[in-house]
Design a protein around this ligand. Structure first.
Ligand code: GLU
Length: 400
C-alpha cells in the first residue's frame, strides 16, 4: 500500500501548466526557448487595478474575506452580469474562488455523485475531465472535429445525454481552439437541453471579452432564459484584465449550488486573497477601454500566426473568433521523419520535435482531446511570435 491515494491515478498534472513551467525552467537555464504554452496575456495588469490593491493594503483590508467573497465584489459581479449579459443575479447567487479553475473544482465537488456524467465537448480545456474525475464523476467526451468548426452540434449533444448526465460543459470562446458559439448555435443546443430537465449547464465564459471581427458574445442563460435556473455561469478576471496571478474567478447560479460550493471552499482555501478581491472590484467597476486596445494587438497577432502557420509544410490553421489561441492541425507531418531519424507518429511527437529542434514550446492536441493538432497561445510579444513561427516553418521544412 503506497502513500499516494488511488484517486490520483485517475488524473495527470495539468499539461498546459506543465508546458509553461518547463519552458520557463529552460529559459531560466539560459536556453533559447519561446514559450507559446501558457494561456496568459503578456500585458501587465492595468495601473488602476494595481492601485486599488495598494489602497486596500494601505487601508488594512488584509484580513480574511467571507468564503463567498467580499460583499462589494459580489455586488460588482452582479452589476457586470446585468450590464454585459443581461442576467439578473443577487449577491447570494455569487461565489468567488481562486481563479476559474477553483470555481469549477468547487462546482464539481459540490454536485457530482460517483458515476454522474459530465458531457465535455472536445477539444476541451485540459482541466475539465480531470476535475470531473477527481470529483468521482464520469467525463463523457464528445468529439467536435474541425469540420464542425470545433463546436458541439445539437445532434451530438442529444446522442450523448443519458439519465446519468448531470452537466454539460460549455466554453466559448474556447480554450484551446478560439471557436465561439453564435446565438443560433446556443439556441439549438438549448432546445436539446429543454427536453432533458436533469441536465444542468456549466458555461465557462472566461474569454468573453477577447473576441474579434465584430463577433457578438452571448451566453446560454441569456439566449434561453428557461435555462437560467439550471445554468452555472463561470467567469474570472485572469484573461481580459491580465490578472492571472491574482487568482480571481467566480460563479453565478442557483442559491443551493452556490451554498454547496461555498461549503467546499470553506474547507479548502476559505477564499481568494482579500487584496485581489478589492483589486477586482476596481477592475469590474472601472474603465474597460484597455480591453479594446489589447484586442487590437491580439487580432494582429492572430492574423500573423494564422498566415505564417498556413505557410508551414504539413500544417493547416483555421482563423478563430476569439480567445488568444490557435489550434492548427499537424496531420501533414504525421509519418514523416525528423533530421535525426525519428518518425513523427503523434502530435506529442511533433511538439517534442518543435521544442528540441527549435526551442518552441506548444501544447500537444492529445491533451485537449482532439488529435493531431497542437495549441499555440499568441498572448506573447509580436516579435517572439514571428520568430516562433519562422522556427516552426523551418522545423516543418526539415521533415522528410
Ligand atoms: N488556462 C490557461 C491555459 O490553458 C492557464 C493554464 C491552466 O491553468 O491550464 O494555458
Amino acid at each position: 500500500m503506497g502513500i499516494i491515494a488511488d484517486r490520483l491515478s485517475r488524473i495527470k498534472p495539468s499539461p498546459t501548466v506543465a508546458v509553461s513551467n518547463k519552458a520557463a525552467e529552460m529559459k531560466a537555464a539560459g536556453e533559447d526557448v519561446i514559450g507559446l504554452g501558457a494561456g496568459e496575456p503578456d500585458f501587465d495588469t492595468p495601473e488602476h487595478i494595481k492601485q486599488a490593491a495598494a489602497a486596500a493594503m494601505a487601508a488594512g483590508k488584509t484580513k480574511y474575506a467571507p468564503v463567498a467573497g467580499i460583499a462589494e465584489l459580489r455586488r460588482a459581479i452582479c452589476d457586470k452580469l446585468k450590464r454585459d449579459n443581461g442576467l439578473t443575479y443577487t449577491p447570494d447567487q455569487i461565489t468567488v474562488g481562486c481563479g476559474g479553475k477553483q470555481t469549477i473544482y468547487n462546482a464539481m465537488m459540490a454536485t457530482l455523485n460517483p458515476g454522474d456524467q459530465v458531457i465535455i465537448p472536445a477539444p476541451y480545456w485540459v482541466s475539465y475531465p480531470d476535475i470531473t474525475l477527481l470529483a468521482e464523476g464520469e467525463p463523457v467526451i464528445v468529439d467536435c472535429p474541425e469540420s464542425d468548426n470545433f463546436k458541439l452540434k445539437p445532434e451530438a449533444l442529444e446522442a450523448a445525454i443519458t439519465p446519468k448526465t448531470k452537466w454539460l460543459m460549455l466554453n466559448s470562446p474556447s480554450n484551446p481552439t478560439g471557436a465561439a458559439y453564435t446565438r443560433a448555435d446556443l439556441k439549438a443546443l438549448a432546445e436539446v437541453l429543454l427536453r432533458h430537465p436533469q441536465v444542468w449547464v456549466m458555461t465557462d465564459d472566461m474569454y468573453e471579452f477577447i473576441i474579434y471581427d465584430d463577433f457578438e458574445f452571448t451566453t446560454i442563460a441569456q439566449v434561453e432564459p428557461k435555462l437560467y435556473e439550471r445554468t452555472l455561469t463561470l467567469n474570472g478576471l485572469s484573461k481580459a484584465y491580465c490578472m492571472t496571478g491574482w487568482r480571481v474567478g467566480y460563479a453565478a447560479g442557483a442559491v443551493d449550488v452556490i451554498k454547496a460550493m461555498n461549503k467546499v471552499q470553506s474547507q479548502s482555501t476559505t477564499s481568494t486573497s482579500t487584496i485581489s478581491q478589492w483589486a477586482s472590484v476596481a477592475a469590474l467597476d472601472g474603465d474597460h477601454s484597455f480591453i479594446a486596445e489589447h484586442n487590437k494587438v491580439f487580432k494582429e497577432r492572430r492574423d500573423l500566426v494564422v498566415a505564417m502557420l498556413n505557410q508551414a509544410t504539413g500544417l493547416t490553421c483555421a482563423t478563430p473568433e476569439g480567445a488568444f489561441y490557435v489550434y492548427p492541425s499537424c496531420a501533414g507531418t504525421i509519418g514523416r521523419q525528423t533530421p535525426d531519424g525519428k518518425t513523427i507518429e503523434t502530435d506529442e511527437d511533433f511538439v517534442t520535435y518543435l521544442l528540441e529542434a527549435e526551442g518552441v514550446a506548444a501544447v500537444h492536441g492529445e491533451a485537449f482531446g482532439l488529435s493531431p493538432h497542437f495549441r499555440i497561445s499568441y498572448a506573447t510579444s509580436t516579435e517572439a511570435l514571428e520568430e516562433a513561427c519562422r522556427r516552426i516553418q523551418r522545423a516543418c521544412a526539415a521533415l522528410r
